[in-house]
Design a protein around this ligand. Structure first.
Ligand code: SF4
Length: 195
């Protein structure tokens, strides 16, 4: 297994085998965050298939300037580094400079298997707490003809719960690597790590 992005973190972490193991542990915790998203997607597809517009070619959510936690960007770089066919396809890639995310090429995500958590939530019904009440939201393309107040709860992703776990795992990653946990990176950072 290659650990390409490790050298980008710090010499201290590189030399410290237990820090390397801890970093892999943080990545494995992040992996586990995908399961609830996949479950909600499965329920959403099962119950509302006819309402869902998400498909290859729709990239409305992939906006320029979306930022991610360091954990997410290094996780993606780590996985891309271990996926030789993808790593070589991406080698020498020039990021798209149009209005969308730089990894959106020909209307498709060039790093789809390793896209960050937020990208996996695009298009899903989500709920989050504002003040003392829950608010629901969903991409306007997926809500046509749907009464959002009648949505089955198993088809709605609780963003507060997911985000608080993401923040905790990012903090663990930060303690191991020394990277500021409050830093936020655009996809430009991932591009720098993998090129
Ligand atoms: S990483 Fe992929 S899914 Fe996420 S914003 Fe960029 S192109 Fe879209």
């Amino acid at each position: 297994m290659t650990l390409l992005p490790f050298f980008m973190i710090s010499e201290r972490v590189l030399r410290d085998k237990s820090a390397c193991r801890s970093m892999l542990y943080a990545f494995s915790l992040y992996d586990k965050l995908m399961a609830p998203i996949d479950r909600v997607w499965a329920s959403f597809r099962q119950n509302y298939r006819d309402h869902i517009s998400c498909r290859p070619g729709c990239s409305s959510c992939c906006e320029k300037g979306i930022t991610f936690f360091p954990l997410e960007v290094y996780w993606a770089a780590h996985n891309i580094g271990n996926d030789r066919p993808l790593a070589s396809r991406l080698a020498g890639l020039k990021l798209s400079q149009d209005s969308a995310c730089g990894f959106l090429l020909d209307e498709k995500c060039a790093i789809y298997p390793y896209r960050p958590m937020l990208c996996r939530t695009f298009g899903l019904p989500v709920m989050y707490m504002e003040g003392s009440r829950y608010l629901f939201d969903i991409c306007c393309k997926n809500r046509e003809g749907m009464d959002i107040d009648e949505l089955k709860l198993e088809c709605v992703l609780n963003m507060d719960s997911l985000n608080s776990r993401l923040v905790s795992i990012n903090r663990i990653f930060s303690e191991i690597t020394g990277i500021d946990s409050s830093a936020r990176y655009t996809m430009q950072k991932l591009h720098e790590l993998i090129k």
